[in-house]
Design a protein around this ligand. Structure first.
Ligand code: SF4
Length: 329
């Protein structure tokens, strides 16, 4: 069974954008592959953040992942900073990573432009990503379009390390290109993001879901009910594809193109399907929140299983790189 690694930043409770963009797919993957999913808090600190809320945002993300369907008996689910081997391999890989490649990364260029003083961690971000994946010798990485360049660099780092210290040791990770949905915010303009206030939370109540969905942007060309619409450019249709069964999705497309119904009718059907899908998740989240010790135990056990795999890799890597063994090893 192929090994899969993927990470998500501790941004608090999931919204439907990151659920449909990544986590819904992870829930499926855990039945098909040997999966590790990590809340990547070490990545999160490369951007300005509040140390006072990092831990609680990490807990909220963990609640979301388990409530959304990640199963601690099927996958290894853990917090990145709980497995110190990530930072050790990160350092070892910095020594084979070409600086020019890091500087060429589009995400680095974008993010560094927005900062007055650029921390080295932002530049080294893709090396930590490579360490995350190579530590477990994962061969598949689910990626969105914006991560393809980082994955290419990860493969380059693996090739360079292998060439110097052991041909074929690290597998070159392959992208797992699954069709995920890129959901825009409710304003229909930018990516769905908490900082823009354009999200629907995974655990929003039925009333809140409808309140947010009702005024949400649709195809702007549909000014009146009589105007036919184009579902392909409508964010509501994208969300339908994530929550409605295929026959409803087909019906939505037909009724939209033929002006067979109004946008409000379309949104009501979507709201009902979302509420049906999200209510069990909200109930699971409530149950998990009532037992915080159980949640922490799941994370502790996940980190233990991850550490067992990571520790083996680190011992082999240190050995191949020629370090003196510590006494007692
Ligand atoms: S009918 Fe539905 S898919 Fe078509 S524009 Fe309106 S909300 Fe979008």
């Amino acid at each position: 069974m192929a090994r899969v690694f993927s990470g998500i930043q501790p941004s608090g409770e999931l919204h439907i954008g990151n659920y449909l963009g990544a986590v819904q797919n992870w829930v499926r993957l855990q039945h098909e592959h040997d999966c590790l999913f990590s809340i990547v808090d070490l990545h999160a600190i490369t951007q300005p953040y509040d140390p006072g809320t990092l831990a609680s945002l990490t807990v909220d993300m963990a609640v979301s992942l388990f409530a959304a369907g990640l199963d601690p008996d099927k996958s290894i689910i853990f917090v990145q900073s709980h497995v110190a081997e990530h930072t050790e391999l990160n350092w070892l890989l910095t020594t084979v990573t070409p600086l020019g490649e890091l500087e060429r990364q589009t995400q680095f260029k974008d993010k560094s432009q927005r900062q007055e003083s650029v921390p080295a961690g932002l530049l080294a971000y893709p090396i930590l990503q490579a360490a995350d994946v190579l530590l477990y010798k994962a061969s598949l990485v689910p990626v969105g379009e914006d991560q393809v360049q980082h994955l290419e660099l990860m493969r380059e780092i693996a090739r360079r390390w292998n060439a110097r210290y052991g041909e074929g040791y690290f597998p070159e990770p392959q992208p797992l290109l699954t069709k995920t949905k890129r959901v825009l915010g409710l304003d229909g303009k930018a990516k769905m993001s908490k900082s823009l206030g354009n999200t629907i939370g995974l655990f929003d109540s039925p009333e809140t879901i409808w309140e947010k969905l009702r005024p949400a942007a649709t195809d702007p060309a549909r000014k009146t009910r009589k105007d036919p619409g184009n579902p392909d450019i409508c964010n509501i249709f994208t969300i339908h594809q994530g929550f409605s069964p295929p026959e409803t999705v087909a019906e939505v497309a037909h009724k939209c193109r033929t002006a067979g119904w109004g946008c409000l009718d379309c949104k009501r059907v979507l709201a009902d399907n979302m509420i049906a899908a999200l209510t069990p998740m909200r109930e699971r989240a409530d149950a998990i929140k009532r037992e915080p010790a159980r949640l922490l135990e799941w994370l502790r056990a996940g980190a233990g299983r991850a550490r067992a795999l990571a520790g083996r890799t680190i011992v082999e890597v240190r050995d191949r790189m020629g370090f003196l063994k510590a006494g007692g090893d």
